[in-house]
Write a protein that binds this ligand. Structure first.
Ligand code: COA
Length: 262
């Protein structure tokens, strides 16, 4: 598929986001391709690890806001493929590595908390502006982010909507190392090849033990999905999505007035 490229090299499955015109924002079809690739890579003995990479100086602008707007007006919910992708993340068996260059927004950042190794360039910036879009955290991030970086820093990202620089992300413990953009792919491939040399069953079991909270994450994802569905249908979210496309600041006072008058 044009917007996602999946390839295999040296025991490493590379999943590359290639939708530059829309800053690698994820559509329903892209989620489906990524979820299928993770399933197939897990089942393929030739794959030892999965790697996520962006393109064009961008990791991902997160969920396609046009899709959000369409679902907020239509049947509601995140959409079948988004939910399948999100629920598949805690169940992935093989290590996931991310190479981040440029902005990682929304699910572009929450995905990283399911990864085992994250390398990022000085241009990488991380943000999870769910609240400012009238939404709630997703992909298990309401559990995984406070667990990994502490409640105080997670609140800054998830509620205040602060953007973290690559240095802040490394300090917060979700970026392993900062590497120059020209070295990013070589770095993730090098560590991927190292994983491919490990005893495969021991690798999977060690990872499963270390990520022991799978059941809890799935439970939290279910709770998030319910809240997210509710928020997507809210006047606040609709106002935020419209404001994004109209390139203006959202007016939540107006959204509140519409809510109170029904
Ligand atoms: N969904 C749909 N389209 C998106 C998008 C998204 N998440 N992010 C960017 N785009 C589109 C823009 O609408 C624009 O389309 P256009 O050229 O047809 O007008 C194009 O991609 C380029 O985006 P632009 O905002 O002009 O690029 P930028 O370099 O100035 O800023 C970002 C890049 C990622 C910082 C900015 O696009 C952004 O904040 N995007 C929204 C991120 C977001 O809130 N995601 C949802 C998280 S839950």
């Amino acid at each position: 598929m044009a917007d996602i490229e999946v390839s295999l090299a040296d025991g490493v499955q590379i999943i590359r986001f290639t939708r530059p015109a829309k800053k690698n924002a994820f559509t329903s079809a892209m989620y489906a391709v990524i979820a299928d690739a993770l399933d197939q890579g897990d089942a393929d003995p030739a794959v030892a690890a999965h790697v996520f990479l962006g393109s064009g100086g961008m990791f991902s602008a997160g969920n396609d806001i046009g899709d959000f707007l369409a679902t907020s007006r239509g049947a509601g919910g995140l959409g079948q493929e988004v939910e399948r992708f999100i629920r598949s993340l805690p169940l992935v068996a093989k290590p996931m590595i991310a190479g981040v260059d440029g902005p990682a927004v929304g699910v572009g950042t929450t995905l990283l908390f399911h990864c085992d190794l994250v390398y990022a360039t000085p241009n990488a910036v991380f943000s999870t502006p769910f609240l400012d879009l009238g939404l709630v955290p997703e992909a298990g991030s309401s559990l995984l982010m406070p667990m990994r970086m502490g409640y105080a820093r997670a609140f800054e990202m998830l509620v205040l909507g602060d953007t973290f620089s690559v240095e802040q992300a490394r300090e917060a413990g979700f970026v392993n190392a900062i590497v120059g953009a020209e070295l990013l792919e070589a770095t993730v491939m090098k560590v991927g090849r190292r994983l491919a040399q490990k005893p495969p069953e021991a690798l999977i079991q060690a990872r499963r033990l270390m990520r022991g909270e799978t059941g809890l994450v799935l439970e939290r994802i279910d709770q998030e999905v319910v809240a997210f569905r509710d928020r997507l249908a809210s006047p606040e979210a609709e106002e935020a999505f419209r404001a994004f496309f109209e390139k203006r600041k959202p007016d939540f006072a107006g959204a509140r007035a519409r809510t109170s008058t029904g």
